[in-house]
Write a new protein. Sequence first.
Length: 337
Amino acid sequence: MHHKKSFLSIRKWLFISAAVLVFFLMGASSIRIFLSPTKRLKDTSVLVIEGWIPDYALKEAVQEFNTHNYQRLITTGGPLVTDYRAFIGGKLHFSIPDSLHKRVSGHPLLVQAQGSYVSGESAHFTLWVNDTVYIGETFTSNRMTTYRFPMDSCITEVKTVHIHFDNDKMTRTQDRDLFLRNITVGRTSIRYNSGIMLYEQHWPDEVKNIRILPTYAENAAADLIRLGIDSSKISVVTSLPVHTHKTFHAASALKTYLLQQQVSSFNLLSVGVHTRRSWLTYQKALGNTFSIGIISVENKTYDPDYWWLKKNITKGVLREAAKYLYIRFWFSPPAQA
């Protein structure tokens, strides 16, 4: 039986690889257009957005909501991924719970993080506590590492922790970012998505303060409110933490909510070549009783007409094609969904 399953698995991935090759031979433009469809329902009053989409896509979601006849905007998504990506220079502020303020004596402050490189230099950060007390600094490794910062004995309590990412840089082919997993104060580990971290983003023309909430759905809703959407028109639908098929589980949670609200149609908004797979996954999760339109926001991190010129982008597009084919031909919704 084990050998039979292995053989079937090999056949499956050989088919997917061949199909992706056919996609690619169809032409770079064709595969991108196929994976990034827009087919909007004109008679629905509900817009659903995937909570993971980037800032520029959220702005387009606001424009979509304001220029069409929508009455309700729903954000979906489960817990944030393992590591938080600080994609622009700034500070990550932690407000330490009162119960931990004085549990620091004799214990170093730990920061679990990693960085990406530009021109041979990795992400760098300085560490501060209580707003103004300097603790130390380091360049990061490209592997997740626990950085240990001894605490001076005169520091009897820690009310705030501040991580200053100070060498952000981006070129045509590289992007220097800081990835944070958690900090440890005393002996207590605090994850970035525990609801107490504020990301102070230093943009060229402004400073943005973004509270990092536990789930993609909650963070997207908070961003949409900052962008001008009336909070009374936003519904947040979170899903449970899972390791695989996160889109399907987000869609299943949405199905439960829509049935409760007696909603039978909506437009789904996603980004780039991920769009068709999301559309198909939501259709499989919700079934034929729901009408689902789709809206694709263009991925602005690369030129859509020349995506195949960059190795990492090409891999990403072909990976999405393979995942779409898997959902189309092999994925079966769990019986309990």
